[in-house]
Design a protein around this ligand. Structure first.
Ligand SMILES: [Zn+2]
Length: 573
């Protein structure tokens, strides 16, 4: 069994996957921003990534930027300091910590997570001098973490590598993002929770009004410092149109909830606003205007999408037509440099209606080969289709990419079609005014040319991280890799006794599916007793499979039957 590919399907890292498809982490060159984006368009984002620095945004409130993908904040009080968000890895956080320490060496009295995404929680070890230090988060955080560990996570990670351009050469504009690529550790879990709508706290001589602000995620908190008139806003606002939908894939977001949070944030009348991506904002009037515009833009896209759907318009039409009104489109905090309106329209439509656009023509669309065959016939044959593709490269690269797909579906001029598709993506990247789109185009162009391979970076998950993954997710991910053809006539079960967690699980192959359930089957082909952690490490390739199996597993029943059973989970090569 190709155990690494089985595990590819597991584990989520949430908002951002910190993983890289390359063997070596890039050396973080000072790359220029992507060509498709003007300096102005990325003005806010650029503040974060351009250089490593700590800025004092209000008296005693410092923000470290450029050390990781997100910002980290330090608030200095009379009796110590507070850290808010800890970047993605211990390595990135250590550097930020050193810069903070140059300002204050007062004891760290508390750490806060604005939310549970890994670019905000991965570096806590660098700040945790005393394990008893309270680490605060909203009580919804553990549920969010659990939700992120599902069978689709491997694909989320692969798409995240493309979205962040992590597999591109070291001098690629994508590395303008300062994403640290160390080994993926599990986050230090919070040990102090903010309940319900929020709590008022006093820590290190500082007054904090901590409020639940569910928007980008269900566990977001906003921290208001009344004595500094400063609002630490988490990821509910950053200086670009929000990622209401993310290319890396995720279950749909409740965007109206997000839009409502903007009113809540505006009500603080903050003089200083600290987002955790991008530059802080100053001035109560400007902050209120920006937060209002931000919420209005989200609601506008939501309302116009639903309105169009109620009028019977199809989702493609809505995605092509809905645009922000002028005053919102010109808001610097809403440039489509990160999220995009058309992706959001599709996601909102999908949230309410799923895949079907309401038109009977979409009930059973043509298969790709059939559509390609019809189109080739219409064009006058595959050669004519190829000529049209080449011509379109100069006039309409999107159309060129679509025509290339038809040729690939027909298996006609495949190599040329792939090259043309890569060229089309280069041209689309040059014109895309969106960081995620640029990276995705450039990565897939390089993949089509065979220059890079993007795979799930499962090897970057530390054993400690694996320990946090529920065994059920591991077994269900295995079930997805069942060889259907070889198991269509089978009906047999294997029992796992996971000795370290004292749990019994049955994997029951029944004619093309592998059912996973807790407990012991009546008459299994055999029972395998093995520590869950060893099994996880075998599946991720951290241990030699045969050796680890022989050394750690005891089998009640036939070893041969166990071997045959497990080999049914080999992927189709
Ligand atoms: Zn973030």
């Amino acid at each position: 069994m190709n155990t690494r590919r089985i595990f590819c399907l597991m584990l989520a890292l949430g908002s951002v996957s910190l993983a890289c498809g390359k063997a070596q982490a890039p050396a973080r060159p000072a790359a220029a921003p992507p060509p498709g984006l003007s300096e102005e368009e990325i003005a806010g984002l650029a503040w974060t990534f351009r250089e490593k620095a700590v800025d004092e945004v209000a008296p005693g409130v410092y923000v470290a930027r450029g050390y990781g993908l997100a910002n980290s904040a330090m608030i200095v009080g009379e009796q110590g300091r507070i850290i808010v968000d800890t970047l993605e890895t211990t390595g990135a956080a250590r550097e930020a910590r050193a810069a903070f320490d140059a300002i204050s060496t007062a004891p760290i009295r508390a750490i806060f997570y604005t939310h549970g995404h890994p670019d905000h929680t991965g570096g806590t070890r660098a700040f945790l001098d005393d394990p008893a230090t309270p680490v605060y988060a909203h009580e919804n955080l553990p549920a969010l973490l659990a939700e992120q560990q599902n069978v689709a996570s491997g694909e989320y990670r692969v798409r995240a590598i493309r979205q962040f351009g992590l597999a591109l050469p070291e001098d690629a504009p994508a590395h303008f993002l300062r994403l640290d690529l160390g080994e993926i550790q599990p986050p230090i879990l919070p040990n102090a929770f903010i309940h319900g709508a929020g709590e008022d706290l006093e820590i290190a001589g500082l007054r904090l009004e901590v409020r639940h602000a569910p928007g980008e995620s269900m566990d977001q908190i906003a921290i208001w410092l009344p004595d500094r008139k400063t609002l630490l806003a988490g990821d509910n606002v950053y200086p670009a149109f929000p990622n209401l939908y993310t290319l890396r894939g995720e279950p749909s977001r409740d965007v109206l909830r997000w839009s409502n949070v903007m009113d809540q944030l505006a009500a603080f009348d903050a003089e200083h606003l600290v987002p955790f991506h991008g530059a802080p904002l100053h001035g109560a009037e400007r902050i209120r205007e920006m937060l209002t515009n931000y919420g209005d833009a989200i609601q506008f896209v939501h309302d116009q999408t639903v309105r169009g759907a109620l009028e019977g318009k199809r989702v493609d039409e809505l995605a092509a037509r809905i645009a922000l009104p002028k005053h919102l489109a010109e808001e610097p905090g809403l440039r489509e440099a990160y999220g995009r309106v058309d992706w959001s329209v599709r996601a909102i439509y999908g949230h309410y209606f799923g895949f079907f656009d309401g038109d009977a023509a979409s009930i059973r669309p043509l298969a790709p080969e059939a559509r390609a065959a019809h189109l080739a016939a219409l064009a006058g044959g595959p050669e004519a289709l190829r000529d049209a593709m080449q011509a379109a490269l100069n006039t309409d690269p999107q159309w060129a990419a679509e025509l290339a797909d038809h040729l690939i579906a027909l298996e006609a001029h495949t190599a040329e079609a792939k090259q043309a598709k890569a060229t089309a993506f280069d041209r689309l990247a040059a014109g895309a005014r969106n960081l995620n789109a640029v990276n995705y185009y450039q990565t897939q162009a390089a993949e089509l040319r065979g220059e890079i391979t993007v795979k799930d970076p499962v090897e970057r998950l530390s054993p400690e991280f694996l320990a946090t993954v529920p065994i059920e997710v591991v077994l269900r991910s295995m079930a997805i890799r069942l060889n259907v053809e070889k198991s269509l006539e089978l009906d047999q079960a294997i029992v796992f006794h996971f000795s370290d967690i004292n749990e019994d699980w049955t994997v029951h192959i029944r004619r093309g599916i592998a059912e996973v359930r807790r407990g012991r089957a009546e008459a299994p082909v055999c029972t395998v007793t093995i520590p869950a952690q060893v099994w996880k490490e075998i599946l991720t390739g951290k241990r030699n499979r045969s050796m680890a199996f022989l050394a750690n597993a005891s089998i009640d029943g036939s070893l041969f039957a166990a071997k045959n059973f497990l080999e049914l989970f080999a992927p189709e090569e």
